[in-house]
Write a protein that binds this ligand. Structure first.
Ligand code: FAD
Length: 371
């Protein structure tokens, strides 16, 4: 049987890896749109401190964070050691002792069925500063040792390379779906036709346009995010924890003095790839208030990505209703690097007709299809 995957962001790359590893015949077709979410993403893997109450969403984020342990091990067995994943821990900052205590409680409760949270340690402002020197002096924090950061580009590429090792074929082109009756039969790309027993649509913010010719109106919206990269003179930054400030921004340190700060959340402006004055101003204003020590960092680049959102900010996964052989996952939103590898593994199982590890009723694609 042959399987085609459309889109090679984190979701498509993971589905490709799992399918190819299971011995399936896989072709991945990706257009490499500028604004691919995976390419711009920050990379925080720390879902356990969230105040979001949606249980269906949390189950995916939690499952996704846990799945990283298995995935990274499997990739290493396949010779992929440059996965971009590092368990560096996270500090969640606050100045209010009550809020800090609540944070600690939340993490402790959630650790009950998520041992990967690791150690939870309240830190004084001095202790916090020691772990992340550019921070302002007034923040105490809760440190969570199981938190990680992942370079989306590197993980995506590691998954695709490993998929290729297991026989997957990668095609750089724009794909169109072809159906006969109530079944998807092939994909057209670059003047070529690829016959398919199953197709996985992992097209991120562009999935609406992919399904439209089939008469399906998928409600997926792009949320624009701008994000900034800085280079510090200090280069021993590889072990610095992820910083989660009280506002909706974050700061990540990678090896060699690279710092990533962001990001904006811009709705209803479509696929606008511009880096704007207002966007940069918002990022710098918030980041430098939290970490004034970053002021001397060299601005190296700003990236723009489109987070794919489906209704209720809840991901979807399953078969497209009424079209046999066509599977989709979408709506990974702001936590797609966390949930993406796990959901990709579930997509592979769906395409192979295997039992999945999640309750599909909670993420029914029908909920995102306009009648
Ligand atoms: P994408 O990565 O967007 O990939 C979709 C791919 O499909 C693209 O390559 C596109 O070209 C291709 N495609 C579309 N249509 C076609 C077609 N017709 N033919 C061929 N190819 C097609 N998540 C976290 O967990 N932690 C974070 O810290 C985090 N930070 C983020 C920061 C930013 C700035 C952004 C933008 C996102 C962040 N996310 C984070 C969210 C995460 O990046 C996304 O949810 C995730 O990457 C979505 O993956 P995807 O594979 O669904 O889509």
């Amino acid at each position: 049987k042959s399987h085609i995957i459309i889109g090679a962001g984190i979701l498509g790359a993971s589905a490709a890896y799992h399918l190819a590893k299971a011995g399936a015949n896989v072709t991945v077709i990706d257009r490499k749109d500028p604004g691919q979410a995976t390419d711009a993403a920050a990379g925080i893997i720390c879902p356990w401190l969230t105040q979001r109450r949606n249980k269906a969403w949390y189950a995916l984020a939690k499952g996704g964070a846990a799945y990283y342990q298995t995935l990274i091990r499997e990739l290493e067995k396949d010779g992929e050691t440059k996965t971009g994943y590092q368990k560096v821990g996270a500090v969640s900052l606050h100045t209010d002792p009550v809020k800090l205590e609540k944070m600690e409680e939340r993490a402790a409760t959630r650790r009950g069925d998520a041992p990967e949270v690791g150690e939870i340690t309240p830190l004084s402002p001095d202790q916090t500063l020691e772990l992340f020197p550019p921070l302002s002096k007034e923040y105490a924090s809760v440190h969570v040792s199981g938190a990680a950061r992942v370079n989306g580009r590197e993980l995506r590429d590691a998954l695709l390379r490993a998929a290729e090792k297991h026989g997957a074929v990668l095609v750089h082109d724009s794909a169109e779906l072809l159906c006969q009756g109530d079944r998807v039969t092939a994909v057209k790309a670059g003047g070529k036709q690829y016959e398919a027993d199953s197709v996985i649509a992992a097209a991120g913010a562009w999935a609406g346009e992919l399904l439209k010719p089939l008469g399906i109106q998928l409600d997926v919206k792009p949320q624009k995010a701008q994000i900034v990269h800085l280079q510090l003179e200090e280069e021993e930054t590889g072990k610095w924890p992820v910083v989660m400030p009280p506002n909706n921004q974050y700061i990540l340190a990678f090896e060699g003095g690279r710092i990533v700060v962001g990001a904006t959340h811009e709705d209803n402006i479509g696929y606008d790839l511009r880096v704007t004055a207002g966007g940069l101003n918002e990022i710098f204003e918030k980041a430098l208030a939290i970490a004034p020590g970053l002021s001397d960092g060299t601005f190296t680049e700003a990236r723009v990505g489109f987070r794919p959102y489906t209704p209720g900010f809840l991901p979807i996964i399953g078969q497209i209703p009424g079209i046999k052989g066509l599977y989709i996952s979408n709506g990974l939103g702001a936590s797609g690097l966390t949930a993406g590898p796990f959901l990709g593994a579930q997509l592979a199982k769906l395409a192979l007709g295997q039992e999945v590890d999640i309750d599909l009723d909670l993420y029914d694609p029908a909920g995102a299809i306009e009648k």
